[in-house]
Write a protein that binds this ligand. Sequence first.
Ligand SMILES: O=P(O)(O)OC[C@H]1O[C@H](OP(=O)(O)OP(=O)(O)O)[C@H](O)[C@@H]1O
Ligand SMILES: O=c1cc[nH]c(=O)[nH]1
Ligand SMILES: [Mg+2]
Length: 206
Amino acid sequence: MTIADHPLVQHKLTLMREVGTPTAVFRQLLREISQLLAYEVTRDLAMTTRPIQTPVSPMEAPVLDGRKLALVSILRAGNGLLDGMLELIPSARVGFVGLYRDEATLLPVQYYFKVPADISDRLVIVVDPMLATGNSSAAAIDMLKQAGATQIRFLCLVAAPEGVAKMAEIHPDVPVITASLDSHLNEQGYIVPGLGDAGDRMFGTK
Ligand SMILES: O=P(O)(O)OC[C@H]1O[C@H](OP(=O)(O)OP(=O)(O)O)[C@H](O)[C@@H]1O
Ligand SMILES: O=c1cc[nH]c(=O)[nH]1
Ligand SMILES: [Mg+2]
């Protein structure tokens, strides 16, 4: 697991955690953080060079090595990370896995799945702000592997130790990148201290 401990990420996350932060501000902060996290999750992408001409001289200039990306959002809250990342990586293909947690069992219920047909050729970055029990992310990644994905990373904002352990157990090949590793889960499966229900805070549904 990697923790993105950049001061701007940590400052913005603190603002998001605060209970009084309004929906519009919460959404804007998530968009801004997503771009900083995109920087972290893509920092080791393969590079090549191509010859270009500057106004002063020719040069062999670095460019991405044509590596194809797919961003996969776990609905709903994943879309808050997706939008900002797409601004930075506009050529990425996009997939969606629709899941919600059953409040009693904390098991994910699937309602949608649509990913690029050539997912097996792509580096897949799965995004969801919250990694709590890990049941949702583990299930989403199961489905992506069944669809052919072989190279997968999981990007979140706040992780609980329980979710990190679950991911390491079920998907040890999938690196987890987070802005924070919080303390624990409470009896309702919420991350403590966390930020509450990310989907509800993004969309104002509670
Ligand atoms: O690690 P887990 O215990 O599975 O919990 C994390 C999941 O819970 C939240 O989604 P939620 O079920 O609230 O759906 P929503 O995004 O539609 O609100 C969150 O966005 C994750 O997908
Ligand atoms: O704390 C949590 C746990 C799961 N999902 C959320 O949105 N928040
Ligand atoms: Mg929710």
